[in-house]
Each structure stands twice: as structure tokens, then as C-alpha cells.
Design a binder for this molecule. Structure first.
Ligand code: ASP
Length: 345
């Protein structure tokens, strides 16, 4: 008897000790989380070179944000600088590399929100602002408005001294080819009725299930959260279509008392579910954890037929990155500068 019980006691003691220590060991404080879009991102469809390029770009974006935070800059500065890296990279559907509308244009949306002041800014349908995220910030800081669209937003960005570019700057062959494929599928659908009822109602097709929006949420040394999202929207979208990214509370939201959130996915579903604010509300009114609230919100989107994901960060440095697609480009950095980049499930 003694022979079997003694090791068991020892084992139980050790297990309990480890359990008691584990919260201390496992508790990581994250200071930034980013995404580069969700969709049918499968290892099987990825070349090693492409995967490496995405990993490098995401790492570079996280490093940029981390350096800003480490230097004592605000979470808003970190979010803006990080999103610049992704907007300037042709790999993501934001800034250079944005997807095309049905008419062959790049119409971009972006938003930022400050978790401390609850101030927010957004632009939609812009075609000549090199970094739409900065225009969103300018709307927040230099106007008394929250959202500006189209030509007015562009004029405002120019007056604010932002870098303006010709629309051709945003062209990439990859996205152009993507549009041609989508148009082909679209007309086939019109004839053969291959689209789902939902996608026909939306007037937008998401055949290749790929989103490449970018987003970032940061927590600065002063304990303030900020969130930002920037996107070209969805391939083959109709002129003037605005997605969830620039809609405060749908694709972007931040509140120091709850969390900072940036979403990616089929925007219409995120707008109709007011996803980002829904998460904040669950945390505020129901005292739900970040994990539970974000999981509940994504489940709801999924049940309605929408796909995508989101990133969230709370004031304690907890992160959540749920998605209901095959993959989501995403990454985190801790207060010690530990970077992690993930792509698949
Ligand atoms: N949510 C974006 C939109 O609907 C698309 C994306 O996330 O890539 O405009």
C-alpha cells in the first residue's frame, strides 16, 4: 500500500504547488494586439515565402507599436504607427494593396477611438489619402466631428497636412486580379444563382472568403487603451459601400473601463450586430470577462451567417483574438517585448 500511496501524495503535492504558482507564471501582460484580416487562410494554400512575408510584416508592425509604447508614447500614437506599417504594405487590404470596388476603385475606410476620452474619428470612402488611419485621427483631433466621408474627408485630410496620393498609388496586381475573379463569379451567379440568398440580399459576394483589413489595439504606460481599424472593404463592393471598420461601435471601439476592440470580417454582419460595442456592453453591464464577451459576440455573428474575427485588449493586459474563419493574421506583444505572430487556427 505504502509503495503506491507515497508517490501519489508526492505527485498531488507537486501538482497543487504548480497550480498555485501557475497564475503567476502564466499571467502575461499584453500591451498590443494586431490583426491583418481573417478568412480562408489555410496552410495548404500558402507558400513558405508568402507566409514568411506575412509573418515579417506583422512582426514589423508589432515592433513599431512596441517601440512607441516603450518610449512612453500614447496608445493612440502606437496604434497609428503600427497601422501605418500595415497600410504601407501591399500584403494587407488597407492603404496600398486595398481591394477594388466593382467599378475598379480603391475606396477606403478607417477609424480610431481613444479609450480614456471616448473620443473617436473616422473616414469612409476615401481614395487619395495615403494613410486613412491618420485621417481618422485628424477627424478626431482636429474637427468637432466623428466621421467624414469621400471628397470632404479628403479635403480635410489635405488641409490637415496629411500625405495625399493619386488613386493609382493603391493599385496592386493581386487585388486587381481578385476583382476580375469576383466579377466573373458574380455574373455566373446572376445567371446560375450560385450565391447564397444572404449574399444576394447583401449585394456583396464573399466567394473567396478573404478579408485583409488591419487593426490594432494598444495599452500605454499610463494605462490607456486605444483602438484603430483600416480597410479597403470588400472586393467587388458597390460604389459608396461603407463597411463596419469606420463605424464606431461596429468594427472599432475603445473604453478604458472595458476594452479596445478592432474587428475584421463580413462588415454588414458586424454593423448589424454592433459587435465592438456589444462586447464592451457585455463587459460593462454584465461584468463578463474579455474572453467570454468576445466569444459570445463572434458566436452571434456566426449564427447570423457572417464570418470573420476580432482582436481585443483590456486594461489589465488580457487579450482575446476569436474568429470563425479558417485563419486570421494576428499578433501580440507583451510588456517585455515578447512578440507572437499567428495565422492559422
Ligand atoms: N470588415 C471589412 C469590411 O466589411 C472587411 C475586412 O475585414 O476585411 O469592410
Amino acid at each position: 500500500m505504502n509503495i503506491t500511496i507515497q508517490p501519489l501524495i508526492k505527485f498531488t503535492f507537486l501538482a497543487l504547488l504548480l497550480l498555485a504558482m501557475s497564475p503567476v507564471v502564466a499571467q502575461k501582460k499584453y500591451v498590443m494586439v494586431i490583426h491583418g484580416g481573417a478568412g480562408t487562410i489555410l496552410k495548404a494554400n500558402m507558400t513558405p515565402a508568402k507566409e514568411l512575408a506575412y509573418r515579417e510584416a506583422l512582426t514589423q508592425a508589432l515592433k513599431t507599436g512596441y517601440e512607441a509604447l516603450k518610449a512612453g508614447k500614447s496608445s493612440m500614437d502606437a496604434v497609428e504607427a503600427t497601422i501605418h506599417v500595415m497600410e504601407d504594405s501591399p500584403l494587407f487590404n488597407a492603404g496600398k494593396g486595398a481591394v477594388f470596388t466593382h467599378d475598379g476603385k480603391n475606396e477606403m475606410d478607417a477609424a480610431v477611438m481613444d479609450g480614456k476620452t471616448q473620443m473617436a474619428g473616422a473616414v469612409a470612402g476615401v481614395t487619395t489619402i495615403r494613410n486613412p488611419i491618420s485621417a481618422a485621427r485628424a477627424v478626431m483631433e482636429k474637427s468637432e466631428h466623428v466621421m467624414m466621408v469621400g471628397k470632404g474627408a479628403e479635403l480635410f485630410a489635405k488641409e490637415a497636412g496629411l500625405k495625399m496620393v493619386p488613386p493609382s498609388y493603391f493599385y496592386t496586381k493581386d487585388r486587381w486580379d481578385g476583382l476580375q475573379r469576383a466579377i466573373k463569379e458574380d455574373s455566373a451567379k446572376a445567371v446560375l444563382d450560385h450565391g447564397s440568398k444572404k449574399s444576394m440580399l447583401m449585394g456583396v459576394q464573399n466567394k473567396d472568403n478573404k478579408f485583409g483589413t488591419v487593426g490594432a489595439v494598444a495599452l500605454d504606460q499610463a494605462g490607456n487603451l486605444a483602438a484603430g481599424t483600416s480597410t479597403g472593404g470588400m472586393t467587388n463592393k458597390k460604389y459608396g459601400r461603407v463597411g463596419d471598420a469606420p463605424i464606431i461601435g461596429a468594427g472599432t471601439y475603445a473604453n478604458n473601463e472595458t476594452a479596445g476592440i478592432s474587428a475584421t470580417g463580413w462588415g454588414e454582419f458586424y454593423i448589424r450586430n454592433v459587435v465592438a460595442y456589444d462586447i464592451s456592453a457585455m463587459m460593462e453591464y454584465k461584468k463578463m470577462s474579455l474572453q467570454d464577451a468576445t466569444a459570445a459576440a463572434i458566436e452571434k455573428v456566426g449564427k447570423m451567417g457572417g464570418d470573420g474575427g476580432l482582436i481585443a485588449l483590456d486594461r489589465a493586459g488580457n487579450v482575446a483574438m476569436p474568429f470563425n474563419t479558417a485563419g486570421m493574421y494576428r499578433g501580440t506583444v507583451t510588456e517585455n517585448g515578447e512578440i507572437e505572430v499567428l495565422i492559422y487556427k
